[in-house]
Design a binder for this molecule. Structure first.
Ligand code: ZN
Ligand code: ZN
Length: 397
């Protein structure tokens, strides 16, 4: 009897929707957007550059890459921060293989984040934290459902990032619980094409997700001939800074750095000496930029002026090609000439109410990185990429 009633109800529901008379309303359909967080000043901040995915000798497949070497090398190429992300090393109860307890894990000038590469059968993710956290707890839930993992992540107050999302050991968990995604892994830029596609898909589906880089360097430099034979001379083409992630933080502190990584005022450059990509928008066209990459504003229906700027070592007179992506599709290509000011501007009217984003990649002459001499060949003409400028992204999503 019960089965009969249920079947009848189901049939009725199908009929009414077939004739367009369904009374169903979608509670998740976009309605009026609530208030968005205020956009902070564009002038109060400091650009910090570094690498967010580096393995030291504490990772078992690594070689010749002590923490002291990572720190001194990072400083020698002008880095402001580094996150050494060994494979869950410090949860194994093996102090020999513990990154954070290594006496070399200290620096007066370099911001050393606390992190690890969460290495699971469902893929890899990096943790970034301003202070030590209980990684064992995250490790213990690695085979649980996302709802459990997400709750533990939230409780720990950590930044979780999806690693090499289209490669081997790709991040196999929900993107609802990550704060960033590794869209540029290693000097080998062309292999990141699918990572970029996944990023665009996630952005288009409403996830405000910071794109970041990470060299994933495993081997120290210089390598001895023996190690070069045994491990492949990786450090010649991939080492700290290939690529380099730039963060516009409100202060030179670890917490400001992690918070800004989540917020998205971030761009990625081919190496520590390559120009930095900056992406701004002037909402009311008064000539003063109001927002930058990572920021999220309500669209007003009026045109917005966008500015892409390259800061640093551009080649005078050279052509830089700026590719603009809007909502996952090609929007346009613009050319900038290298010089004292290297920039392009374009105007568009973002959609109202519905979510929309713009992001850019910049191609042009490669910048030499003499310490990692073969990296430029692998990276090709990719100079850098920005994070998106967002419109109408619901912060509660
Ligand atoms: Zn990995
Ligand atoms: Zn790794």
């Amino acid at each position: 009897m019960r089965v009969h009633v249920f079947a009848a109800g189901l049939a009725m529901a199908v009929c009414s929707s077939m004739f367009g008379q369904s009374t169903h309303s979608n509670p998740w359909a976009p309605t009026e957007l609530g208030p968005l967080p205020a956009i902070s000043s564009l002038s109060d901040g400091v650009w910090l550059k570094g690498d967010l995915h580096v393995h030291s000798r504490h990772s078992k497949e690594s070689s010749n890459n002590s923490i002291a070497k990572i720190i001194s090398y990072s400083q020698s190429v002008g880095m402001d921060y580094v996150c050494i992300t060994d494979h869950d090393n410090h949860v194994l109860g093996d102090t020999e293989h513990n990154t954070w307890s290594d006496p070399e894990f200290k620096s007066d000038s370099l911001l050393l984040l606390y992190g690890a590469e969460w290495t699971t059968t469902r893929g890899h993710g990096n943790v970034f934290s301003a202070k030590p956290y209980d990684h064992q707890r995250l490790y213990d839930v690695r085979d649980q459902r996302d709802v459990v993992v997400g709750a533990v992540k939230k409780e720990l107050g950590i930044h979780l990032s999806a690693n090499h999302p289209s490669g081997k050991d790709h991040f196999g968990y929900s993107y609802d619980m990550v704060d960033s995604i590794e869209v540029w892994n290693s000097a080998n830029w062309p292999k990141n094409v699918n990572a970029i596609m996944i990023w665009d898909d996630m952005l288009s589906s409403g996830r405000k997700l910071t794109g970041r880089g990470g060299s994933d360097a495993h081997h120290g430099f210089p390598e001895t001939p023996d190690q070069a034979t045994k491990n492949s001379p990786q450090a010649k083409y991939n080492y700290i800074g290939t690529p380099t992630t730039w963060v516009f933080a409100p202060a030179r502190t670890k917490q400001a750095l992690v918070d800004t990584l989540t917020g998205g005022r971030v761009s990625v450059s081919a190496n520590p000496y390559a120009p930095r990509v900056e992406f701004y928008a002037d909402l009311d066209q008064d000539g003063k930029m109001d927002m930058m990459m990572g920021d999220n504003a309500k669209s007003t229906g009026n045109p917005v002026k966008f500015r892409v700027q390259l800061t640093g070592n551009t080649v005078a007179g050279a052509t830089y090609t700026v590719n603009v992506v809007k909502d996952g599709n090609k929007f346009g290509t613009f050319q900038a000439t290298g010089g004292k000011t290297t920039m392009v501007e374009f105007t568009d009217t973002p959609k109202t109410l519905v979510r929309s984003y713009y992001r850019v990649t910049v191609e042009g002459p490669s910048t030499a990185y003499p310490q990692v001499p073969e990296s430029a060949t692998l990276t090709g003409n990719m100079v850098g990429l920005s994070n998106p400028i967002y419109f109408n992204f619901n912060p509660n999503f």
